[in-house]
Design a protein around this ligand. Structure first.
Ligand SMILES: NC(=O)CC[C@H](N)C(=O)O
Length: 197
């Protein structure tokens, strides 16, 4: 086996702990990342779900926006779930005026597209590249992907809408696999990271 990757979870806001647990279960070393020095020490990053407008504000406040953009542009593997997917969109619909994203995937993401908090749901999702049957997805005020550019690959759809996309080393899902105890999406990401070490 190759080196064990060190994967950070962006810990400005959101469900950080669940990702740390899922990454550890998928054989990575996982640690929270809040500061630029901590970002510099990880091989890859997970951006959790939460509230993307708050996450964007805190990234500016903590001096993390530019360091994050630079690492993503330099080819660091990143996986964003829900609000994290929003952060990885090159273009956003229904965002707040002052909302910043990091970019990373040539896609247009619509925020809150699946409805409000009380319209949250779980669904079985067929995920290209993941074996053993569909993964369980938890959707909480989830975004969907309106369209992707030529370099981006759609890995999963739900109800006709794109809910998982990969472009090179950047992965994004509308849903939260970290809340289900099914660690296969994290294992898929850990493999992506390991392939580049
Ligand atoms: N579960 C989530 O991450 C929700 C995302 C939230 N709707 C946002 O705009 O950031």
């Amino acid at each position: 086996m190759t080196n064990t990757p060190v994967i950070g979870v962006l810990a400005l806001q959101g469900d950080v702990r669940e990702h740390l647990i899922a990454l550890a279960a998928a054989d990575a070393v996982a640690r929270p990342v809040r500061r630029p020095e901590e970002l510099a020490e990880v091989d890859a990053l997970v951006i959790p779900g939460g509230e993307s407008t708050t996450m964007s504000k805190l990234a500016v406040l903590f001096g993390m926006l530019e360091p994050l953009r630079e690492r993503v542009a330099a080819g660091m593997p990143v996986y964003g779930t829900c609000a994290g997917m929003i952060m990885l969109a090159d273009k956003l619909l229904d965002g707040r005026e002052d909302q910043e994203t990091l970019g990373g995937i040539d896609m247009i993401v619509r925020r809150n597209a699946f409805g409000r908090q009380n319209e949250s749901f779980e669904a079985k999702i067929d995920f290209a590249g993941i074996e053993g049957g569909p993964v369980e997805g938890v959707f909480i005020r989830a975004p969907w992907v309106e369209s992707v550019g030529a370099a981006a690959e759609v890995l999963a759809t739900y109800d006709g809408h794109t809910v998982a996309v990969r472009q090179g080393k950047v992965l994004a899902t509308s849903f939260h696999p970290e809340l289900t105890g099914d660690d296969r999406v994290h294992a898929y990401f850990v493999e992506m990271v390991r392939a580049g070490l």
